[in-house]
Design a protein around this ligand. Structure first.
Ligand SMILES: [Zn+2]
Length: 202
């Protein structure tokens, strides 16, 4: 399988090949399909994603998440992740992890580095309530997105939100929110505004 897979690059080609294995169109066992790079379920272009599955590539770079499992014998399968793009053949470096914000988060961030360079400087949503409230308020949404580079919102640039805990998994886009919600670490400087929180650290 390795030689064949090596000739395929890019999220769309990987996903097509994965389904060919799953549907027994290749000489590989369908059960082994999970060992081929494929789009993680629920992420753009992947199974269960309700964003749509267009046959033509996106007209702009569009982030998604690739995954595969690696049999490791006694320890069971190991998960690997890398960023992908639905518009071109770019693929990010491989990250291992359990997939609950570990490995998958790094890969999704790589994909955003590819699609939206500088996304880390976008203004974050700072409370859990506002993750829901800001996109539903016309004025607050306009205020937030006014700070985005031109064109980014239409290209489904991410929303940033301060994470609630370490390694909170990034949320993939869906039909109701066609952009990733990336959970970013609250910067230490902001702790200074809340002395009570800071004391709790010691
Ligand atoms: Zn791309």
């Amino acid at each position: 399988m390795t030689a064949t897979v090596a000739q395929l690059t890019g999220a769309r080609a990987r996903q097509t090949y994965y389904w060919r294995v799953r549907n027994a169109r290749t000489r590989h066992r369908p059960e082994s399909a999970g060992q081929a790079w494929h789009i993680q379920a629920g992420h753009p272009g992947g199974a269960y994603c309700d964003l749509g599955h267009e046959l033509d590539p996106a007209s702009h770079h569009a982030p998604t998440l690739l995954a595969r499992s690696r049999p490791t014998g006694r320890r069971g399968d190991e998960q690997e992740f890398r960023g992908g793009c639905l518009a071109c053949e770019w693929e990010g470096p491989v990250h291992s992890g359990n997939g609950f914000g570990d490995g998958d988060n790094e890969a999704v961030q790589d994909a955003h580095d590819h699609c939206f360079p500088g996304w880390r400087r976008l203004p974050p949503i700072t409370t859990v309530e506002d993750r829901w409230a800001v996109p539903r308020s016309r004025s607050r949404w306009a205020q937030l997105t006014a700070q985005y580079p031109p064109g980014w919102i239409n290209q489904c640039a991410p929303v940033l939100a301060w994470s609630r805990y370490r390694r909170e998994a990034h949320a993939p886009p869906h039909a109701g929110r066609p952009r990733y919600e990336l959970r970013v670490t609250r910067p230490p400087s902001n702790l200074g505004h809340h002395p009570a929180d800071q004391r709790a650290l010691f």
